[in-house]
Design a protein around this ligand. Structure first.
Ligand code: ADP
Ligand code: MG
Length: 457
């Protein structure tokens, strides 16, 4: 049987797949399972605020995650406040702050080990597997870690979800702390930066905020695309950037897209992002995926038979986080059933982790219905051959959203829209993506549609 701690570790592994890292760190820090009885699980949280958030926002996801791990055994979750320690009275900060961690508590590794610098010791260059898809980014990061502020400044890394951007960014910080231990390193997600900034202004801590960010030697900022459209934050970041850059202090930035493709980014920030070096991370090839999976097995001390390993590496091809998610679930399966999963089971595990529906809980039908309703046309119109603009435009939006929100492949999108060709889907997707950069009305439409889609979740 798995211990409570193992179950929670595995469940957190699942949650990491569906929740942004900033939220994950904020809300799941210092949580643990205190008991499991009669299909009920009691999760302890550090304060009432967290309790409310987990209940209101994440209960569904948490339940699903523990059910995945325990194979449906759990039906209900109870959240209980276990007062650990008072929150330090500093500038309001959502950044991980874990010197406060009590020893006797089962916190996951993902969160344990994050210190004031926001760094998690788990991410290093040593455990980062290098292949064609990431060798440029890896080399640039190594160079920066060796001589911070001297080679590329800023260094801008971009690439899709789950491909190792955060890992590399954190590795830079960890390496600098080892090699140049007097340097002040700060890792922060752009989301946290934004939230802290807003809080700081609201509560009259703007100066402390500025000082804090402008006094570091190395600023590592993750998922910068988050500041898209946030003018105040962009302005603040612009000044932070300038102060640091003028002083040859190192800035490393990651993003899920190249600087030019970040919507509503001020042109002066854009030009600064392009000052230094820009490196992308692509999807790993099969050999790299195999090597990564082998490394993760070793790390988790799990022996996966070679056939399954090859199979998984082949099937899960464009997201390393999902690759790890599949492995976690296999390990959980093995521990619970005392039996290595068969290929059929592994197939199911892969399907449930990578299937688009699971990700956003939205079906293509719901998406079509929402768009049809929004534009006041019928689903049949969307599927029809009509070339009237009032139909073609919403149709293109559907195709765009199928790709963007539920990761449908282009051929599958064509299928879903009454058997159209995949090139039509590609065309629609690129067209809408491009127009989004300039068309404010379209942006609003998409935003409202998304709200409509997700409001019941
Ligand atoms: P991103 O920030 O690009 O979304 P992450 O850096 O969070 O992705 O990576 C997702 C997971 O995959 C992490 O657990 C990370 O350690 C792992 N990972 C990604 N790339 C590699 C790699 N090349 N070698 C080893 N682990 C990797
Ligand atoms: Mg990341």
């Amino acid at each position: 049987m798995m211990t409570n701690q193992q179950i929670w570790q595995a469940a957190l592994g699942e949650l990491e797949l569906v929740i942004s890292r900033a939220s994950f760190t904020t809300w799941f820090k210092n949580t643990y399972i205190s008991s499991i009885e009669n299909n009920k699980i009691v999760i302890c949280v550090p304060n009432a605020f967290t309790k409310t958030w987990l209940e209101k926002k994440y209960n569904k996801a948490i339940l699903k995650a523990v059910q995945n791990i325990t194979q449906e055994r759990i039906k209900e979750i109870i959240y209980k406040v276990e007062n650990i320690k008072a929150i330090p009275k500093e500038i309001p900060q959502t950044a991980p702050e874990t010197n406060q961690e009590p020893e006797n508590i089962a916190v996951t590794e993902t969160i344990r080990g994050v210190d004031k610098s926001g760094l998690n010791r788990r991410y290093t260059f040593q455990n980062f597997i290098v292949g064609k898809s990431n060798e440029l980014a890896n080399a640039a990061c190594l160079a920066v870690a060796k001589q911070p502020g001297m080679v590329y400044n800023p260094l801008f890394i971009y690439g899709g979800v789950g491909l190792g951007k955060t890992h590399l960014l954190q590795a830079v910080g960890n390496e600098i702390l080892i090699k140049h231990n007097r340097r002040k390193v700060l890792y922060v997600s752009a989301e946290t930066f934004t939230n802290e900034y807003i809080q700081a202004v609201k509560r009259g801590y703007a100066k402390e905020f500025k000082d804090r960010y402008r006094s570091v030697d190395v600023l590592l900022i993750d998922d910068i695309q988050f500041i898209s459209g946030k003018e105040g934050t962009q302005e603040e970041f612009f000044h932070t950037f300038n102060t640091l850059h003028q002083d040859n202090r190192q800035i490393v930035i990651t993003s899920d897209r190249p600087p030019k493709a970040i919507e509503s980014l001020s042109s002066r920030l854009l030009s600064r992002f392009e000052w230094g070096m820009i490196a992308d991370i692509g999807t790993p090839d099969l050999e790299t995926r195999i090597a990564i999976l082998e490394a993760k097995c070793k790390e988790k001390k799990y022996q996966l038979n070679d056939e399954l390993l090859q199979f998984i590496a082949k099937e899960v091809s464009n997201n390393i986080r999902e690759l790890e998610g599949v492995l976690n679930r296999i390990i959980a399966y093995h521990q619970i059933n005392k039996l290595e999963p068969r290929k059929e089971d592994v197939k199911n595990i892969i399907r449930s982790i990578t299937s688009p529906q699971l990700k956003n809980n939205i079906t293509p039908k719901q998406l079509l219905a929402a768009v049809a309703e929004y534009f006041d046309i019928s689903i049949n119109d969307l599927l029809s051959k009509s070339r009237e603009k009032k139909i073609t435009y919403p149709r293109q939006i559907v195709m765009y959203l199928l790709r963007k929100e539920i990761n449908f492949s282009f051929p599958a999108i064509g299928q879903e829209l009454g058997g159209r060709d995949h090139t039509t889907a590609i065309h629609a997707y690129t067209k809408i993506s491009k127009e989004l950069l300039e068309d404010e009305k379209l942006r609003q439409d998409i935003e409202l549609l998304k709200q409509k889609l997700y409001k019941n979740q």
